[in-house]
Design a protein. Structure first.
Length: 451
């Protein structure tokens, strides 16, 4: 063999990967099939153990298999109804969407009609069509700063940056404060949008193990002592997806670790409005190193795309540059509507209604899912459902899709290599009267799987 032939010869694991991939795609290895252990595969194929591990890593990267801690490697369901980018085209008419949390749309948006009518007679409409300054006009930043006083955040308007939703605020924060290759610590189960942004910005997501009441801060401390961690992302109030509310002592310890290890804190307050009794935001404890991001998507309208970040003094210029390099800022009409609703009490009124709605839905879910392994806060708008040992989330999601119900699976939220066999159920999708029957159908689908 010439050196050229040797140089282009495929790695030894590639033929094994191709063989497994072809068998899965032809249906010869059906969803749920348990594959040989790494050691058994190495022995059967006469390859090194490290090579066998690489085979399964390649198959997992292709989305064909999933490794389950303590159980082995299984062929994934390929129907497309599980994971971070699950299909929304169901094979039957849709009955309910439990995969996406948004404000219930059970009343006509009279506040929108009134606001548009008032804006049309308010004078200088042309100003709303002009290019707005990056980060928003001063009076609109001031409206958000006033709104945040009820959240326990006292900040100057100059430290408020307006964005096109919370995801844009989070993107702006990461763009302004990190560089490719930086380590970003996040809970082992967290908001899926963070995973998308970490990949887009070439950041290394370092998972922090979770407990029933919050992140394992001892583990975060050990991580920071062995790695140069740039920032930590946290959802201290009504965590997505686990629903916890961190107590004040835990928030104070997180701040202490951030100061000890010089971490930037990125605090997501998207759902904090649902629990006004929660302790003060982390930002209130460490405003000098915390970027607080939120929006009006979950308390007003998901399609409004109005968000904001509260930024430490020294980072405001970097945030402004980051905005200029992306969307520049919020559309004038959107910011005018949003800040009008903040000022006239519309947001406060809708938040009060949504708090009552979320608690009522949680009560329904507790009854409908009694006896199952769930985690939820009484004020949260979603429930985390851990599946029985014989169930796999991808197969359950596909079975539910066949009866018209969409769910989110645990791997959408996992930042480590071993996603839990679990579902996140967003309770705000169905109408209130439909929620109990939908959850009963979900339970029937689970019961139909053989033990």
């Amino acid at each position: 063999m010439s050196w050229i032939q040797w140089a282009v010869r495929p790695p030894s694991y590639k033929p094994v990967v191709d063989e497994f991939a072809a068998a899965i795609r032809r249906g010869e290895l059906t969803p749920g099939t348990r594959l040989p252990t790494h050691r058994d595969l190495a022995r059967e194929r006469h390859i090194a153990l490290a090579t066998a591990t690489r085979v399964y890593a390649e198959l997992a990267a292709l989305g064909l298999v999933v490794g389950e801690r303590g159980r082995g490697t299984f062929v994934r369901d390929q129907s497309g109804f599980a994971g971070l980018t699950a299909s929304r085209d169901l094979p039957v008419p849709r009955i309910a969407d439990l995969s996406f949390a948004q404000p219930p749309a059970d009343e006509p948006p009279d506040h929108l009609r009134r606001a548009l009518r008032d804006l049309s007679t308010s004078g200088d409409l042309a100003s709303l069509t002009r290019q707005q300054p990056p980060g928003g006009r001063r009076h609109e930043r001031a409206a958000v700063a006033t709104h945040l006083l009820d959240r326990g955040i006292d900040t100057a308007p100059a430290n408020v940056v307006l964005t096109c939703g919370a995801q844009h605020a989070l993107d702006t924060a990461l763009r302004a404060t990190t560089r490719p290759g930086d380590v970003l610590a996040a809970d082992a189960l967290t908001y899926p949008g963070l995973k998308l942004l970490a990949a887009a910005h070439h950041l290394e997501l370092a998972p922090v193990p979770v407990t029933a009441t919050g992140p394992d801060l001892d583990a975060l401390d050990r991580l920071c002592r062995t790695r140069r961690v740039r920032a930590v992302y946290t959802i201290p109030t009504l965590h997505n997806p686990l629903g916890w509310v961190l107590d004040r002592a835990t928030r104070e310890r997180l701040v202490g670790l951030a100061r000890e290890h010089d971490l930037l804190i990125v605090e997501d307050g998207t759902y904090a409005f649902l629990d006004p009794a929660a302790p003060s935001p982390v930002h209130a404890l460490a405003p000098e190193r915390t970027c607080y991001v939120s929006s009006l998507s979950k308390n007003l309208a998901g399609g409004l795309r109005f968000g904001f970040a509260v930024v430490p003094d020294g980072l405001v210029p970097a945030f402004t540059t980051s905005l200029r390099s992306s969307t520049w800022g919020v559309a004038g009409l959107v910011s005018a509507l949003a800040t009008r609703w903040l000022a006239d009490g519309t947001v406060a009124r809708l938040e009060q209604r949504l708090r009552a709605d979320a608690r009522a839905r949680q009560a329904i879910a507790r009854t409908a899912l009694a006896g199952l392994d769930t985690a939820a806060h009484p004020a949260s708008c979603f429930t985390w459902l851990r599946l029985a040992p014989h169930l796999r989330a991808d197969r359950v999601a596909a079975a539910l899709a066949r009866v018209g119900v969409l769910v989110s699976t645990g791997d959408a939220f996992a930042t480590d290599r071993h996603p839990p066999q679990a579902l996140r159920l967003a309770l705000t999708g169905p109408a209130m009267d439909d929620l109990a029957p939908v959850l009963a159908r979900l339970r029937e689908t689970l019961d139909a799987f053989p033990p």
